[in-house]
Structure formats: C-alpha cells, structure tokens
Write a protein that binds this ligand. Structure first.
Ligand code: GAP
Length: 527
C-alpha cells in the first residue's frame, strides 16, 4: 500500500476502476440492468491479461514440472463431497439482520459500541385501536437526542401497520425503559436499530440437478464448488492410478469457484464468482513442514516473475490457535492494495485431513502404496491456493502509474502508463504505419502484423498522430510499439530499408531494428 493518505488511496482506486472500464479490462456484470453484485466481466484486455496469468501459472507449475499433473474438474459438485469436506455443515459466516433496514451484516465485523439502549415492548395507535406487541431496542450514542431513538422505534413498529395511511409519528410507544450498555454489537452502527441474533449463513450456492419438480427431493441437491480443491482430493486415486506418479507429487487446477459472500467489495477483490489457481502437493508426513516453506519461497518468486516485487508482498505466518485444527503451518501471502494489505494466496499444510475425510465419507481407500518401503500410507498435503482475480487486480494496481513527462514542444503532461511485465501484458506490441494514406507504409505494417500475430497478441493502429498512438498503448501497458516509416520502405536509401522504429514503453527509448529480428526480439522478452 502506498504511504499516501486514505483519501489519496481511495482516489487512486477510483482511477484504476475507471481505467479498467474505459480501456476494457473489467466491467461490472449486467451493468445495463443495474449490475449483478459481486460479479465481474473481463473485457477484451482483461481477458488477455487473465489468460496470460493463468497460462504462465500453468506452464510454471504443471508443464515445466514432472511432479505436478493437471486436472479440470466439474463445477457442479456432488453434495456428498461437500458434506464429507465439512462445507455443507460448516462453510459459513455469522450473519445478523437489521430489524429496521433489513440490511444483512457480518456479525463478527460489527464494531463494538457504547451508549444508552432504549427498549420498548410494543406500540399502539389510539384512533384506530391498532397495536403490536414486540420487544425492540435502539442504541443512542452519547450526545444523541433521546427522541431520535423513539423516532427509530416508531419507524420499526410502523412496518407492522396494515393501514399504511397511518403516520409513524402518531404511534404511541409502550413499555419504555433504558439501559446503559458498553461494547455491545447488538445494534446496527448505521442507524442504532436492534439486530437479529447472529446465525450461520452458508456461503455455498446450492442448485438442483435433473428434471425432478419435487423441491423436497434432497437427493437432487448439488452445489457450485466453493473451491477447486475438493475435486483434486476426490480424484486423487484416479490420477494416481492413471499416471503412476510417486510421492511427493502434486495435482493442479485452475477454475471458477463460487461463494455467496455477504459483503462483496473492493472491486474484484471479494467476488461471488472468482477463479482459483490451486495445487495440492501430496507428500510423506515427515516432508510436510519443509515443503510448506519451499512452496512459500517458490510462490514468492512467481509473483516477482510476473511483476509484483517482493517488497510489496507480506508473509503472514498464521499463529497457533488461528489455523484450522488440522494444519500445523499456514502462510498467507498478502499484497499492498490501495485499500489495504490483503490476502492474495494461502499456503497451508493440511496434513492428511482431506484425503482422510473422503476416505471415510466414500468408504474407498485413498491410501498410497510405497513400492520401496512396501508401506501403505495416507499422504499428507501442502496446498498453495491463489486467487486468480485477486492476482489480476494486484497486477493492475502494481502496474498503474502517472508520470509527468515533457513533450517535443517542451510542454509538461501527465502520462498514464501501466508498467505490466511484458510476460503478462495483454498486448505485446503495437504496430503503426507512420501515415495511413500511404499504401506502402500500410502494406508493410500489415505484413509485420501477419508475421507476429501467430505468436503473440498484437494491435494494429493507423489513426491519430504517432505520439497519441504511443500514449494509448502506454495506458494499457503495451511494452513495445513498432513504427513503419519512410526509412522502412527504402524512401531514404537502402541503409535502413526493412528496419522499423521499436519504442520501449517504460524508458520511451526508440531504436532501429531489422524486421527480420523482430519476432525473436519480442519472443525473448515476453516468454
Ligand atoms: N482451498 C483453499 C481455499 O480455497 P481460501 O483462502 O478460502 O482457501 C484461496 O481461498 C484463495 O482464493 C484466496 O487467497 C483468494 O486469493 C481467493 N479467494 C477466496 N475467496 C475469494 C473471493 N470471494 N473473491 C476473490 N477471490 C477469493
């Protein structure tokens, strides 16, 4: 997080969100219908960026390793899987509702408050003879007008009026008493209204499979997976038997997960539909702790390789008592987002818990037979679990920059530039003919486009002055731009014929490069 004030960080985040929309990185889902809360659509550039991240993760963690295999499991998940894993009974947040506004709040995130609670047993309306009996309370903070609490109570009781012509102001409150309260979380900090008791709210999206019209048919219930990990555990034996791998080995998966988050917030950071990039690395029990530390280092290196420097990452060693009961070690990797230091990835040593619960739940052995020691064992697992959307957001926040630059005429201007690493940049090279009305320049630029586009995402642009075209590419983080000019087509002699101007985004330096060397030059830098 930058050292800037909270206001500056909020303003920075607003600029980032606005650029994401303006340049086609990220849009709100169903925006034209008012938006679907907690869901996001990646636009043309966002889709490229996300794909580049996923492809690099897959290459590094699956294709370049002999000991990790890929999986692409189904999103719809058998209820038995999630019962065994504990998600059906336990994957929940404590929630309470405001009795007045009906807003739903996370009970464990309510700031404790002190003041005077005004309690009532009901309300009545003398003229119509209407009355309601219900206990209700309002918290008045020090300095609040006591009539404010009564006004809130009248609004609450007015909800039960069948005659909506009756004004809440005309209601008589019954049984008023007061109580001094300290550090309470029973009232809504927004309006002082009493909240319902906290109850567990399961975060999973439930659905029904098949054509059964009977809603009471429990067997038709299925879930959208809340994490990609479970299909890896459930398919452990099939992968083992079909691939004949030896411990330690991993199974990796990238895919969508769904959680009905109570408060989706901070742009894409906490969404209801998101992608995870998870590895379950199975090992012998004695190797678990060492491998957890090794994975932490490997994952930190990965973030550096995609352009998130280590100094902007924080490692949280989750203390005893805060980890899951089966975990002997858990690290969180956090990033300095403009809205605070927040989790990007968890690396958890989960012992044999997951294979154990599925062995018990399914009645099928999940054991591994060690050929050398002739021993059967239930492997332990180390799980590096990263959020794809969160990493994309971190990449965007990290890349965003505003620089003051001086143009050719000596005028200062602000250059908005995304310093994406060439490896993950959505567009690798912009290709420009100097003039659009000179067919030889256009033909040559199109030829270069055809030369490069089978190997990388390129962008052809012939509109506006060259300076403007550079700026447009800076703003979306294109690391290189190529300009075809009169030298390229040999109008100024043979020496520079078939060379182009290559302009580098961060330094803005320009150099001449033969077209014949372009592909190799770019591939070396974007791989
Ligand atoms: N299998 C372990 C697991 O799912 P988690 O900490 O709940 O662990 C792992 O999730 C990662 O998934 C998080 O570090 C985060 O990057 C991402 N993630 C979790 N919930 C998310 C949400 N609501 N929106 C976006 N990303 C989320």
């Amino acid at each position: 997080m930058s050292d800037a004030s909270p206001e500056k960080n909020t303003a920075l985040m607003e600029k980032i969100v606005s650029l994401c929309k303006r340049r086609g990185f990220i849009f709100q889902s169903a925006e034209i219908y008012g938006g679907l809360n907690g869901c996001w659509d990646y636009g043309p550039l966002g889709a490229e960026l996300k794909r580049n991240l996923k492809e690099y993760w897959w290459r590094k963690n699956v294709q370049e390793r002999e000991d990790i295999l890929g999986l692409d499991g189904s999103i719809l998940t058998h209820q038995a899987v999630l019962k065994a894993s504990g998600h059906v009974g336990g994957f929940s947040d404590p929630m309470c509702d405001c009795l007045l506004s009906k807003a739903r709040l996370r009970a464990d995130q309510i700031e404790p408050q002190s003041g005077t609670a005004y309690w009532f047993t009901g309300a009545s309306h003398a003229e119509s003879g209407w009355s309601v009996e219900r206990e209700y309370g309002v918290l008045a903070m020090a300095g609040d007008d006591e009539n404010k609490a009564r006004k809130t109570a009248r609004q609450y009781y007015a909800q039960f009026l069948s005659d909506k012509q009756i004004s809440p102001k005309t209601l008589e409150l019954i049984g008023e008493r007061t109580e001094v309260v300290t550090e309470t979380t029973r009232f809504n900090p927004e309006n002082g209204s009493l909240l319902t008791e906290a109850r567990a709210f399961n975060l999973m999206f439930q659905t029904r499979m098949g054509a059964s019209s009977d809603d009471s048919d429990e067997s038709s219930i299925a879930y959208l997976r809340p994490e990609t990990a479970q299909s890896i555990f459930v398919q452990f034996k099939n992968v083992l038997d079909s691939s004949r791998v030896k411990l330690p080995f991993g199974i990796a998966q990238i895919g969508k997960s769904f959680r009905n988050e109570i408060n989706p917030r901070n742009f894409t950071f906490r969404s209801r539909e998101f992608e995870q990039m998870e590895i379950e690395f199975f090992c012998r029990p004695e190797d678990g702790l060492r491998l957890t530390d090794e994975w932490l280092e490997r994952r930190l290196t990965f973030y550096e390789e995609i352009g998130i420097p280590r100094e902007h990452l924080h490692v949280l060693d989750i203390p005893d008592g805060e980890r899951a009961f089966y975990s002997q070690k858990t690290y969180d990797i956090e990033y300095e987002f403009p809205f605070g230091i927040q989790e990007l990835e968890g690396i958890a040593y989960r012992s044999d818990y997951d294979l154990g619960v599925h062995q018990k739940g399914s009645g099928k052995s999940m054991e591994y037979f060690d050929e050398e020691t002739k021993e059967k064992l239930l492997p332990h697992v180390v799980e590096p679990s990263a959020g794809c959307d969160r990493t994309v957001l971190a990449l965007i926040c990290e890349a965003y920059d505003e620089e003051t630059v001086t143009d050719e005429k000596g005028k200062e201007e602000i250059r908005t530039v995304m310093h994406f690493s060439p490896r993950i940049a959505p567009i690798k090279v912009g290709i420009f003919p100097l003039l659009k009305n000179k067919p030889e320049l256009v033909d040559k630029a199109r030829e270069i486009q055809r030369l490069l586009s089978p190997f990388m995402n390129v962008f052809y642009d012939e509109t506006a002055a060259i300076g403007r075209r550079y700026r447009r590419q800076d703003e979306v983080g294109t690391p290189y731009c190529v300009t075809v000019d009169f030298d390229t087509i040999g109008e100024n002699g043979e020496e520079l014929k078939d060379t182009v101007t290559l302009r580098e985004r961060d330094s803005m330096k320009q150099e001449r490069i033969p077209i014949a060397k372009l592909r190799e030059f770019l591939l070396d830098r974007i791989h």
